[in-house]
Design a binder for this molecule. Structure first.
Ligand code: APR
Length: 238
């Protein structure tokens, strides 16, 4: 791959954070951290048992805030975009399905966390967002409306619309290289982004531990741990 690319879209999934110590989703048992996805990642689950859902995200948040660090793959993504910004050389758009803040801590900017953010909560009524590093519960009063029970995790659950779709669609239509990192290709619309990029003429590359569901339709594929593959791949672009 010797061509110089101008506009790059990078899509990341749970695999890029795996070596930082955050579990991926699709383990063989079909559970997410010992819970059924329906119970902790759907609007219906939240209505049925808000205590369980708050507790679940409290545990994820505390885990993230206690000793989890960005790894060399997050750092390689950040340095690619910083370097290209400095050189005034095209644009790198980072879209992540991850709710951790490891890309942000690695220094990536701008970033579109399309499935929400663990370190934010929002008012169900007004949509106002609040930073959140502490545990939450259904008894908490919302800072904007003062109503108990109006705060929910700022997470896109199954059946809900992902965030930043306009910005993402625009970037996909303008990119000449699309790179998917550490994602299984099971969850749409993210799993279809490479097709959109391809449709607009982009070259598509998958970097993953193992072939994703859509692997054969990428132009190029590389397999191995993200901490090795990602720095090596982005070095090869320079
Ligand atoms: N390096 C690279 N890839 C890895 C590594 C690693 N060290 N470890 C695991 N992987 C790969 C797995 O092989 C798998 O293909 O990362 C992928 C993770 O897949 P999923 O667990 O399905 O995660 P993801 O694709 O991000 O899930 C998408 O589904 O549950 C929802 O909203 C949630 O954002 C999530 C979405």
């Amino acid at each position: 791959m010797s061509k110089t690319y101008r506009n790059i879209v990078i899509l990341t999934g749970a695999g890029i954070s795996a070596e930082s110590g955050i579990k991926t989703f699709r383990a063989a048992d079909g559970l997410w951290e010992d819970h059924r996805v329906e119970d902790v990642a759907t609007p219906e689950g939240f209505i049925k048992d808000p205590h369980l859902v708050h507790r679940f995200y409290n545990e994820r948040r505390q885990h993230l805030l206690n000793g989890i660090e960005p790894n060399t793959a997050h750092l390689a993504v950040a340095s690619l975009s910083q370097q290209r910004q400095q050189e005034g050389h095209g644009q790198v758009t980072l879209v992540t399905q991850n709710i951790d803040n490891l890309h942000q801590r690695a220094g990536s900017e701008p970033i579109f966390p399309m499935h929400g953010e663990l370190l934010r909560i929002r008012c169900k009524q007004s949509g106002e967002l609040f930073d959140c590093h502490e545990d939450t519960s259904p008894e908490d009063h919302c800072p904007c409306c003062d109503i108990a029970g109006n705060l929910r995790p700022h997470i896109v659950w199954f059946g809900e619309m992902p965030l930043y779709m306009n910005e993402i669609e625009r970037a996909l239509s303008q990119c000449d290289l699309f790179v998917a990192i550490g994602t299984s290709g099971n969850v749409y619309p993210a799993a279809g982004f490479f097709e959109t990029a391809k449709h607009f003429g982009a070259y598509t590359v998958e970097l993953n531990l193992e072939p994703s569901v859509t692997a054969s339709r990428f132009d190029e594929q590389y397999y191995g741990p993200a901490t090795e593959l990602v720095p090596r791949f982005f070095d090869s672009l320079n």
